[in-house]
Design a protein around this ligand. Structure first.
Ligand code: HSE
Length: 439
């Protein structure tokens, strides 16, 4: 018997999802066993790329989540409300949920999964991170036996597109953002993407799965790309790096003993990535997620991080996963959410390291008076704060101002920030325009 689904939303991803479900030839045989029972839309009058019987479309979204015939509710509305309330209502009605909504899951995952476990239903979210890239189920299933050390991703296509163009054209952020908006690669309000918030939602979700605990989104450090300049990209290039917006989740280690700590580093920031690193060549709107664990070593997932078809591919994979489980349980007395590889299995919160304690290498660009002793004073200041310098170069002059670029060895964040505070007070240091972390 067909498994009936209700779609909430018929935008880009909703349309892509319907197109896969209505055209099952040469796909997994389960696809043809899924029937779209109802589709919730904002307006019935809009022209649609997919034809549905007249009584299938409705503007009454509540009627879908309470429809007794529907087994799986597919939430593709985006935004926080009414998405969150409808997901919760569907769960309380005993329906399984598939969602692409990273914003809702990253903020309300706690109440949603608690409710789902109580109701004995699945909430699946493959499309919430990395668009079409399968990474959620691999973390839960194929990589689940590994002890994960870190997840490092380029998980925002808009910022990767902007940084790639800045790299290739030597252009400045504002001009390329404006062009990206004109071409439809960036939203009119680009804040969620360029300020790192979308990437923070996604790394919170990935970390939760990789490290088996809940994450408070407010504990994810996030810094966007607005302050990355053409000059930084050019200097990074000369030093052998490209600049990428990385989302990083790592099990933290003690910098002295190297002992693994029971806490995570969770951060999103522009990062100098060595050109030979596998993430360095991930360009344009593409996404990639590098997972490191024991005993697997490194695995990198690469692909389209957004778009109708890729995201719909992830949505339908979740639908058939649930359908397969429901079919295998038909006639059995097992509780509906008996498959632990699909269900959420953790309740506690992960401990997150404060940024001040994070150890990493830094790239610092300083503007200073071009006079004897300046580089010496910079070096001494760093040394006084236990910041060890890997390289220091005076590359260019801007008028009578010298541009000095320093790359440090691994240092504690609090130490470099206090060194920089002191440097900013020196009369011969004009400004510190860039401070970026190095992978
Ligand atoms: N705004 C997102 C991005 C879309 O640029 O990657 C997919 O979540």
């Amino acid at each position: 018997m067909a498994v009936k689904v209700g779609l909430l939303g018929l935008g880009t991803v909703g349309t892509g999802t319907a197109q896969i479900l209505l055209d099952p030839a040469e796909r997994h045989p389960l696809v043809k066993e899924i029937a779209i029972a109802r589709v919730g839309v904002r307006s019935l009058d809009k022209p649609r790329a997919v034809e549905f019987p007249p009584d299938c479309l409705t503007t009454d979204l509540e009627a879908i989540v309470t429809d007794p015939d529907i087994a799986i509710v597919v939430e593709l509305l985006g935004g926080l409300e009414p998405a969150r309330s409808l997901i919760l209502k569907a769960i309380h009605q005993g329906k399984h949920v598939v969602t692409a909504n990273k914003a809702v899951i990253a903020r309300y995952g706690d109440e949603i999964f608690t409710a789902a476990n109580k109701a004995g239903v699945y909430v699946m979210l493959e499309a919430a991170v990395g668009g079409g890239i399968p990474v959620i189920q691999p973390l839960k299933q194929a990589l689940g036996v590994n002890r994960i050390h870190g997840v490092t991703g380029i998980v925002n296509g808009t910022t990767n597109y902007i940084l790639t163009r800045m790299q290739q054209e030597g252009g400045d952020f504002e001009a390329i953002l404006a062009d990206a908006q004109r071409l439809g690669y960036a939203e009119a309000d680009p804040s969620a993407d360029v300020d790192g918030l979308d990437a923070a939602d996604k790394i919170a979700i990935l970390a939760s799965l990789a490290f088996g605990g809940r994450i408070k989104l407010s504990e994810v450090y996030s810094e966007g790309i607005r302050h990355v300049t053409a000059a930084d990209i050019a200097y990074a290039e000369r030093l052998g790096f490209v600049i990428k917006l990385l989302a990083i989740a790592r099990r933290d280690t003690c910098p002295i003993s190297n002992e693994v700590l029971d806490q995570l580093q969770l951060r999103v920031h522009p990062t100098l990535v060595p050109k030979h690193h596998p993430l360095a060549s991930v360009n344009d709107v593409y996404n990639a997620i590098l997972v490191e664990g024991e005993p697997i070593g490194q695995v990198m997932f690469f692909g389209p991080g957004a778009g109708a078809g890729p995201t719909a591919s992830a949505v339908v994979s979740d639908i058939i996963n649930i359908a397969a489980t429901l079919q295998s349980q038909q006639g059995s007395t097992a509780t509906p959410s008996a498959n632990p590889l699909l269900a959420c299995s953790h309740q506690h919160y992960c401990k997150v390291s404060p940024m001040a304690d994070i150890v990493s290498r830094f790239y610092v660009r300083l503007l200073a008076k071009d006079q004897p002793g300046v580089i010496g004073r910079v070096g001494l200041c760093f040394g006084n704060h236990e910041v060890s310098i890997e390289s220091v170069v005076q590359i260019d002059m801007r008028g009578d101002v010298a541009e000095i670029v320093v790359v440090t060895h691994e240092v504690r964040e609090a130490n470099i920030q206090s060194a920089l505070d002191e440097l900013r007070s020196y009369p011969d240091i004009q400004s510190v325009p860039s401070v970026l972390r190095v992978l």
